[in-house]
Design a protein around this ligand. Structure first.
Ligand SMILES: Nc1ncnc2c1ncn2[C@@H]1O[C@H](COP(=O)(O)OP(=O)(O)OP(=O)(O)O)[C@@H](O)[C@H]1O
Ligand SMILES: [Mg+2]
Length: 322
């Protein structure tokens, strides 16, 4: 039995649009998603904005009913055994809502510990350990209204762990957190995995997914388009290499010409400081350097280099393909 199982999950939303909100529109947010997460695994759900990640998570944590399909956590059905599911899971959404601003961090945690039914004699020790885990020891007596975004996010994580859940859902946990804080948070997530928790994570940071995840599923427009370990995704998508060409004043027509070359999977321009860098994903075994440079006649060309594909390259190709 897998710890998390989604079987052909679907969810649509009915919304009202138009001037007087008279027109009804149906948004198919999740369109038949299936995957399984095993015990102790850290599974990443990646995809562009509006792909359906949060909707999928909300169904798994029993906050939203599926339109069709089914899902279970630790063998409990998310619709029929919602109570049982809730007892075993914790979740953290990126953002800073849901704390009591007038209370300090400690009282916030005490309040939620009470709410989650953490036995009174365990509360003190549990809260102390969690404050330590998220790096808020020493700040627990301060009101949360004075907390920075990163501190709030850490407090959210502590809150999500109060009842010592076996399964964790982290929806963009590092959003809005500074690089040092985000790195610490990734270490914390690593520690939780080390404790044997099963974790489902979403993030828009590909290096983060690469660093943390055992397996990844990529979702686009409500459907899974790829699944595998970070390493297999990188290989599967390009198998080749990425050519980087520094240019100045690159016209879109030249990018289009490069894109249509044989052996080129995709090409895109990235701004880096003063320069623009043309990123060309080259298929396995293809040699395109002179053909690419041929397309750039009249464009100022700087350094040309080649590198291994990153997870971000793989991701860009997966979500931009048709
Ligand atoms: N409550 C809602 N009512 C109507 N439409 C919704 C609602 N929640 C989400 N949607 C729509 O469902 C689709 C999927 O949204 P969802 O929040 O699951 O995406 P996401 O992958 O989490 O995106 P992001 O990366 O931006 O967080 C979007 O088109 C969104 O507009
Ligand atoms: Mg989301």
């Amino acid at each position: 039995m897998s710890v998390i199982e989604a079987r052909d999950l679907r969810r649509s939303y009915r919304t009202r649009t138009g001037l007087w909100k008279r027109e009804k529109k149906v948004v198919e947010a999740v369109r038949g998603v299936s995957f399984a997460v095993e015990q102790g695994e850290l599974f990443g759900l990646l995809g562009p904005n509006a792909a359906g990640k949060t909707t999928t998570i909300k169904m798994l944590i029993t906050l939203l009913l599926p339109t069709s399909g089914s899902a279970s956590v630790l063998g409990h059905d998310v619709v029929d055994d919602a109570r049982e599911v809730r007892r075993h899971i914790g979740y953290v959404f990126g953002g800073d809502r849901g704390l009591y601003e007038r209370l300090n961090a400690l009282d916030n945690l005490r309040y939620f510990a009470e709410l989650y039914g953490v036995p009174a004699r365990e509360q003190k020790q549990r809260i102390g350990a969690l404050l330590e885990l998220v790096g808020l020891t020493g700040r627990e007596k301060e009101r949360t209204e004075g907390f920075s975004r990163g501190m709030r996010q850490r407090l959210h994580i502590a809150r999500g762990l109060l009842h010592d859940p076996e399964v964790l859902f982290l929806d963009e946990p590092t959003i809005g957190i500074d690089p040092v804080g985000a790195r610490e948070l990734r270490a914390t997530i690593g520690t939780l995995k080390g404790q044997g928790k099963t974790i489902l994570l979403t993030t828009h940071y590909m290096f983060e997914a690469d660093e943390l995840c055992d397996r990844i599923a990529v979702i686009r427009a409500g459907e899974l388009v790829a699944e595998g370990t970070p390493a297999t995704l990188k290989q599967r998508v390009t198998g080749g290499h990425v050519m980087e060409v520094e240019t100045f004043g690159m016209p879109e027509s030249a990018v289009a010409a490069v894109r249509s070359l044989a052996g080129v999977s995709t090409a895109a321009v990235e701004e880096r400081g003063q320069a623009q860098v043309l990123l060309v994903q080259v298929g396995p075994g293809a040699e395109v350097t002179s053909a690419v440079l041929g397309c750039l006649g009249g464009v100022n060309v700087g350094r040309v280099s080649s590198r291994e594909p990153t997870l971000e390259d793989a991701y860009v190709e997966l979500v931009s393909g048709q």
